[in-house]
Design a protein around this ligand. Structure first.
Ligand SMILES: *Cc1c(COP(=O)(O)O)cnc(C)c1O
Length: 367
């Protein structure tokens, strides 16, 4: 009996992108082998954390780095780090009323829900969110005017989830931090660039391990000392409930090595893999397929499928793709306009063929 049968689970083909609700991404054989080795070995964990952090820092050209359990845990622990600043009393009593410098200034348009809210993760770290600017704008001046002697840090969320319009840049946020002598944390959880925000001067930069880098469930904090060391010392305090295993620490380091060496799959490669898929879909009645680039201009290409039929709507096709033993998840944002998109970054050749077969039987009314 396989695992899907044993637990009565649906098999999932993920043609929607890096989705937390589907398990984010798949690890490579190399990463899985490292997780297996690490899971079957012992380490002095403090040494494993410190030394893998320095290894990543060396690889990325940063002062220090540390692997944590998720980007969410990284937000909480980074906030706790900038509030406590290495103080042992704080580490053990992170929510104590004796500590009054807890405010985290964040552009109002960055206080988003990415599956949970940024604000809740800040609160877990003992921080109090102070919003700067308005829902549709935030300038450097609007951030600066929220800084008081209670401010512990500025937080910038670099993400497609946030308001992009009339928003100060990371560089401008860093400049405000510098002038006011306040550290800057950047949450770049789903971003691909491992250098940009550190080089822009952020003190701590946060990534999610399983998103762009296709690591195991994990988070990464890169940045400057003493901030990174203060993040590490959270393991003796509120970080304990966010502990990451040795298998995922070493798995993420391996995933990062691969990512730094090879990068993500190129747009050119996606186009090549998409070509036969597009051809087979275009043979179907009422279906028109072509290749489109990512709306934000990233080097990502997807299949765009227009459903133009009397018998079926795009919403019907999406629903039928998800039904049955194998659920095929697509990008549904434009379903109301009759368009379905397939993102193949986490789809292999066998799965692409399976999607084409399923599309054929849906259009033929056999599904
Ligand atoms: C995904 C995401 C996170 C959380 O990452 P996890 O590793 O799943 O905790 C945080 N912030 C942003 C902007 C994200 O997109």
């Amino acid at each position: 009996m396989n695992i899907y049968e044993k637990y009565n689970l649906k098999k999932v083909i993920n043609a929607s992108g890096k989705m937390t609700i589907l398990g984010v991404s798949k690890v490579s054989d190399e990463v899985a082998d490292m997780q297996r080795f690490a899971g079957q070995s012992f380490f002095e964990m403090a040494e494993l954390t410190a030394n893998t952090g320095l290894y990543i820092a060396e690889m990325l050209g940063t002062e220090n780095a540390t692997v944590v359990s998720s980007a969410s845990a990284a937000i909480a622990q980074s906030v706790s780090a900038v509030i406590g600043r290495g103080d042992d009393y704080h580490t053990m009593h992170p929510y104590s009323e004796r500590i009054t410098q807890r405010e985290i200034v964040i552009p109002k348009g960055h206080n988003v829900n990415y599956g949970t809210s940024v604000e809740l993760m800040v609160q877990q770290g003992g921080g109090q969110v102070v919003e700067a600017g308005y829902a549709n704008e935030c300038s450097a001046e609007q951030v600066a005017m929220q800084i008081t002697d209670k401010t512990a840090a500025l937080l910038y969320i670099k993400s497609h989830h946030t308001v992009q319009k009339s928003m100060l840049t990371v560089e401008e946020m860093v400049a405000v931090g510098r002038v006011n002598n306040v550290p800057v944390i950047v949450d770049a959880a789903a971003e691909e660039d491992l250098q940009k925000y550190y080089q822009a001067g952020a003190d701590l930069v946060i990534y999610s391990g399983a998103k762009a880098f296709e690591g195991p469930s994990s988070g990464l904090v890169i940045g400057r000392n003493p901030y990174v060391k203060w993040v590490q010392s959270q393991s003796k305090g509120l970080g304990r409930s966010m502990k990451i295993g040795k298998d995922n620490i070493l798995g993420l380091v391996t995933a990062l090595e691969r990512y730094v060496a090879h990068g993500a799959e190129s747009g050119e490669s996606m186009k090549q893999r998409l070509a036969p898929f597009i051809d087979s879909l275009n043979k179907l009645d009422g279906i028109k397929a072509d290749i489109v680039q990512d709306g934000a201009g990233r080097d990502i290409y997807r299949a765009r499928v227009r459903v133009d039929s009397d018998k079926l709507t795009a919403a019907d096709v999406v629903a039928q793709l998800k039904s049955g033993d194998t659920a095929v998840y697509t990008r549904e944002y434009q379903v109301n306009n009759g368009i379905i998109e397939f993102d193949i970054r986490s789809v292999n050749e066998a799965e692409l063929n399976e999607i084409a077969k399923k599309m054929t039987s849906i259009v033929m009314g056999e599904h």
